[in-house]
Design a protein around this ligand. Structure first.
Ligand SMILES: [Zn+2]
Length: 251
């Protein structure tokens, strides 16, 4: 039960919409989380790159980058505090009147990357003239792939990040779709990637950063072939790949 809501920076609609409501469901699509109240209201949290929602029995005082804070009552009446923090400020909070509004909003995004099908990815990549890495980061094509996971998926699929998306062969796209699903499933299972201070909803650090094969490893030897990994900026984002294991052509 949300007892008091959003009392700091974002006081307003989000507060009025969910106060006194029981949290009925939590939904996720790509990098967005939806908290659905039993009165029909929805709080949509855009997690973006560094946004996080944490529920604890007590929030530490003076915690940096906290933009909103809610008081919750647990099933046995225990008090908890939920905070939304976002150091890089790419995220945000939006109050929506109903699940129907949420569905319409999410329909504008691409399908969720964790379950993306080859056919959809094929269609989406065919329609863009960008480099495949940039296309993967576009949340309107596929929702939920960030910079780390784009690099990791391209490495596993053996595709160089600079190849133009519409030039990929069906077999490459099939490998890429499988790699995206695998990388995200593994990352979710290990609690995500903690690069600086990322924590999950229970305040725990992720463990996936120890499993990165290319991201953050520019200049280091490829785990598969020993070649030095290359790094560049692509679409404004740091990109790392193996010039030997990843190619533009189908192999
Ligand atoms: Zn290699």
């Amino acid at each position: 039960m949300l007892e008091r809501g959003a009392e700091s920076a974002k006081r307003g609609a989000a507060d009025l919409l969910l106060r006194g409501q029981r949290i009925e469901r939590l939904l996720r699509h790509g990098k967005q989380l939806a908290i659905v109240g039993d009165g029909g209201g929805v709080l949509c949290v855009q997690l973006g790159m560094t946004g996080r929602v944490v529920v604890r029995s007590e929030a530490p005082r003076g915690e940096p980058h906290v933009h909103a804070r809610w008081e919750l009552l647990g099933p046995r009446g225990e008090r908890k505090v939920m905070t939304f923090a976002d150091p890089r400020r790419f995220g945000g909070l939006t109050a929506l009147a109903s699940s129907t509004v949420l569905s319409a909003r999410w329909a504008e995004l691409g399908p969720d990357a964790a379950t993306v099908e080859t056919a959809h990815l094929m269609q989406a990549l065919k329609e863009t003239r960008r480099a495949v890495k940039a296309a993967l980061l576009d949340q309107n094509l596929v929702a939920g792939i960030g910079n780390i996971y784009a690099d990791e998926a391209l490495f596993r699929a053996g595709i160089t990040p600079r190849v133009l998306a519409h030039r990929l062969r069906p077999r490459q796209v099939e490998r890429l779709a499988a790699a995206v699903r695998e990388v995200l499933a593994a990352a979710i299972a290990s609690g995500g990637s903690s690069l600086r201070d990322y924590v999950d909803a229970n305040g725990q650090q992720g463990g996936y950063q120890t499993l990165h094969l290319v991201y953050g490893r520019e200049g280091e030897p490829c785990h598969t072939c020993g070649t030095r990994l290359r790094g560049t900026r692509l679409g404004g984002r740091q990109t790392v790949w193996c010039p030997c294991c990843q190619s533009a052509r189908d192999t």
